[in-house]
Every structure is written in structure tokens, then in C-alpha cells.
Design a protein around this ligand. Sequence first.
Ligand code: PLP
Length: 390
Amino acid sequence: MSSNIIYLDNNATTCVAPEVFEAMTPYLTEFYGNPSSIHRFGGQLAAKVEEARAQLGALIGAQNSEIIFTSCGTESDTTAIRSALSICPKRRKVVISKVEHPAVLNLGKELERNGYKVSIIPVDARGRLDMDRAREMIDSETAVVSVMWANNETGNIQPVIELGELARKNGALFHTDAVQAVGKVPMNLAELPIDMLSLSGHKFHAPKGIGALYVKRGVRFHPYIIGGHQEHGRRAGTENLASIVGLGKAAELALANIGHENTAVRALRDKLEQGVLASIPSVRINGDVEHRLPNTANISFEYIEGESILMLLDMHNICASSGSACTTGSLEPSHVLRAMGVPYTAAHGSIRFSFSRYNTEAEVDRVLEVLPPVIARLREISPYWKQQQN
Ligand code: PLP
């Protein structure tokens, strides 16, 4: 890790934990066999894959047979939604929310182009799902409801249990994109009405390029990637062994640290928010502050551009983000904040700070030192700010 960088963009990606790196290395150098081989050099590695599956299962409350390793969260989302449509060909409707990640939103657009009906649940000003509209939309035509567990931009936690129950009542499957929730929110899938769940290793200190899809026992499944017999024919392609080992280790560490996430990491986030509110005028915290991830702060600095704030912070070695990494660069305000009806003057100047267990209080102090002059400097040259002051 680069020591002089203050990395507050952990919802975009996280560092690989040193213990994860250490666990993975032998499977890149020494034990590089193919777990599907007949010879012992490769074949013995199948047990390592199962060990990682059990470690991940312990984190989310799943059995080994319910976990399929994939390449990333996006692949898991695609696989889940397309599987539901394949196994229920008579149902032609998908229900998603307006604040999904592009992995789901853009798949929805693609499905619409292919003749499916896609209903999109709106959210209120705090980013909370309109459950009355959800109840109207989820019906006997619906094959699958896919709503994220936690939002990547605001950290909002969605009512996945209620949605799962609604889906079940209507004979539809329920999938949740839990890419941001896994490792931050305790979960026991054995007890929840969730049929499928997506997760991604690089959001909780495993490497990029490894993810998983949970499919509840008894839920019918159709693979997306067809080929060899790996993952019991549910996801073809030679297992990414080292990364699977890394994902297992990261899950074990996440389980051990979940309390810390909800106390120490939360305290860092809250300290930043309180410090900003106390030292900078015309600021708003976006999202449902009572029901959100402990590590995420989404703050609007009104009347200035988020991109300019990021650039000046970057000059102080502080990494944050405006919207999701996938929309950064477009200069369009985030689709999530727009869905919430955040005014343009605020949405444009919104910054997401997302923490991990590797952040420190000294880093928050430093950000609180740097941020007020940065904002003041940008407001000095902002015509909108000047207009506001007159
Ligand atoms: N879903 C959510 C909520 C995310 O935040 C992300 C990544 O930012 C993804 C899906 C995509 O995950 P991956 O990068 O592993 O494809």
C-alpha cells in the first residue's frame, strides 16, 4: 500500500489484505495445477476450492453447494437475472430499482431491447424504495425481482427481506446485488427469503477478477457461461484458483472484522461527516442516514463541481469519488442522486468518501484540514455560489 495516499474510495475497490496476498501466493507459484486434473498435483487443489467455498459460506450463511465462483459482481448479476428468465420462460417481466448499479440497469435496457418488460421501482428524496410501487409492479408476470442490498453511492440499505417475501408471494425469484453489503452487514442467507445473491471479492480486500453467486438450495438454475464441467456445470472455465483462495481468506477476515466495521469504521465516517458539517456551509449529506452502510458518506458541496473538488483533493493525495467509478468521467451527475431528486446544484458537487478497516483517524483529521480551504477556493470562482451570496 502506498503510505502517503489517503484512500477513501473503498466502494470503488479495496486493497488486497496482506493475509490474502500471502494465502494466494503459493497457488500462483508452487501449486499451479488445474483443480480438475486427474493427477494429484492438480487434483488435490479441488479441496482448496472447497475450503474457500466454506470460508465464504461462513460469512454469508450459505452451504458450499449454494456458492458458485464467478469472475466478478457483474458476471454474478448477469448470470442470476438471465438464469431466472431461462427457467421461467413464460414470465417476461423483470423488476429492478432506479438506483441499481449499471451492471443491472444496463442489463435491464438490453433485456428491454430483447422484448422483456422491465419495471423500475422509484426512490424518494432519501433514496428509499417506493414500496407501494414495488407492490404494484411485482406480479404473476414477474420472473425475477433484482434489487441491491446496499447502494454503492449513498450506502443506503434496501428492504431486501420485504422484497424477497413479495417476490415469493408472486411466484417470482428474488436476486440481490450485495456487492457493497457483503463484509459490512452481517448476513445469514439460510434464514432469508433471498434466492440469489451477487458478491465481488475486490470490494472486501480480495483481488479484482473474482466473485461469487449464491443460489439457494432448491432454486432452479441455468448457467450463463457454458463449456466445461467446472462448478458442477454451473459456471464453465478453469477455476481461478489463487483468487478463489484469496476470496476465501478475505471472507474469513471480513467475518472476524464485521464488528469493527460497524464500530470503528463507522466512527471514522461519522467523524468526517460531523467535521464537514461543522466547518463548511451549504453542505448536505445524501441518503438514508439511519439505514446505510457504516463506511459510506455521500456529501454534496453545493454550487461547485465534484470533479474540481476531486482534482484538488488528488493534489493532496486524497482519493475519493463523485458518483460511481463507472460514471466518473462522464460529468453527468450520478443517476442515483438524480433518481432521488437531488437538485442539480447539489448533485454536481457531490463526493463519496468510502472507508475501510485500513483507514485511520489521522487520515480523517487530514481531510478535515484540507477540505474547507479547497471548497472555499472553488466557491470563490463559482458564479452559482456568488449568485447565491447576493
Ligand atoms: N454492483 C455494485 C453495487 C457495485 O458497486 C459494483 C462495483 O462497483 C458492481 C456491482 C460490479 O462489480 P464488479 O466490479 O465486481 O463487476
